[in-house]
Design a protein around this ligand. Structure first.
Ligand SMILES: Cc1ncc(COP(=O)(O)O)c(C=O)c1O
Length: 351
């Protein structure tokens, strides 16, 4: 607290991102980055963009990238919104699309940035408990609300909600915006983007940080009806007109142009996820079914915190959340085959 702070800042509880450690030779399985790296065509496109044009502002509307994404998902450009990572897109959603006088619903176990945005914008957040098996029950979202948001697959559980159940939530709330945060959908889920034409209240949010391996480039997007997207444009142009720099726009376009790389790396992650799951189960872990690039697992005889601490001493970093319902779990990002082997070898010495 300082006399220079505004009273609003004093009340904030900021999000704490997963650690980005500086030590060498770590097996870093704590922030759901993609182990395979971006397409070489992305690197090439960014390199080409490193020229004198950097003195000029980028296209504030990122029209070329919008058109690329619109074509990829068979929607119109005015149905696409872009932001500096999907975190920024989410921030604008909370500000511009939720009814601030009523509670915004999200699962009790979910992405921990949602309550932070509620705090930032003074919105009431209401948690809706997942079932005992950590699933979303669409029936629970039939209650008065100022908007609904959930990740699919959910984070940090990795559990996926079938599209007909997503649709049930959207259809039951025609007067409110329902946001499906699909940060991890490309690792085996089916996107709700195909429902956007039918439901003007549905907004699907995605990122290039995970399946397209560009967490460092900071590009996220949302797809919805033009009226919903227009609200986001109004917020963006009242906040930062240039959220995506020239390098990000060029790199992101190239990422959507290399479908082979995208498919191959997603399949690589899925194959490794199956391998890690079977090895963990053989060691006695309970592993929740995951359609993400991470898994959520607990051991009946070992506390999550102790396991995470022990792994860290062995140079393997995973994420542990000291929160109700999930404090026994570890969230483990799927790494390369070598990283995953090292994880399992280390765990063998501990369970
Ligand atoms: C569910 C979910 N949504 C959104 C994000 C934000 O991703 P980014 O800001 O890198 O696009 C994350 C990041 O881990 C996430 O787990």
């Amino acid at each position: 607290m300082s006399k220079y702070w505004s009273p609003l800042v004093e009340k904030l509880t900021p999000y704490v991102p997963g650690e980005q450690p500086k030590m060498a030779n770590l097996v870093k399985l704590n922030t759901n980055e993609n182990p395979f790296g971006p397409s070489p065509r992305v690197v090439e496109a960014i390199t080409l963009e490193l020229n004198d044009n950097l003195r000029l502002y980028p296209d504030p509307e990122s029209e070329a990238l919008k058109a690329t994404i619109a074509q990829y998902y068979s929607v119109q450009s005015e149905q696409v919104f872009l932001g500096n990572g999907s975190d920024e897109v989410l921030a604008h959603i909370f500000y511009g699309l939720f009814q601030h006088g009523e509670p915004v619903l999200y699962p009790d176990v979910t992405y921990s940035f949602y309550p932070v945005y509620c705090g930032l914008y003074n919105i009431e957040g209401k948690t809706v408990p997942l079932t005992d098996s950590f699933e979303i029950n669409p029936e629970d979202y039939k209650q008065p609300n100022g908007g609904i948001i959930f990740p699919n697959p959910n984070a940090p559980t990795g559990r996926y909600l079938a599209l007909d159940k997503v649709e049930a939530i959207v259809a039951a709330n025609p007067d409110r915006v329902v946001v499906v945060d699909e940060a991890y959908v490309d690792f085996g889920g089916e996107s709700a983007i195909k429902l956007v034409g039918q439901y003007p209240n549905l907004l699907v949010c995605q990122t290039l940080s995970k399946a397209r391996s560009l967490a460092g480039l900071r590009v996220g997007f949302a797809i919805g009806s033009p009226e919903v997207i227009e609200a986001l444009n109004r917020v963006k142009n009242s906040f930062n007109s240039y959220p995506l720099d020239r390098l990000a726009q060029a790199g992101a376009i190239a990422a959507f142009q290399d479908e082979d790389w995208f498919r191959a790396t997603c399949e690589g992650v899925i194959g490794e996820r199956d391998w890690v799951t079977s090895k963990l189960e053989a060691l006695g872990f309970e592993v929740l079914p995951s359609k993400a690039n991470f898994i959520f697992a607990r051991h009946p005889d070992h506390a999550g915190e102790a396991l995470a601490k022990g792994l860290r001493e062995q140079g393997v970093i995973v994420r542990h959340f000291n929160k109700p319902r999930i404090s026994d779990f570890l969230r483990i990002t799927i790494g390369t085959a070598d990283q995953n082997k090292r994880l399992i070898e280390c765990l063998k010495t501990r369970v």
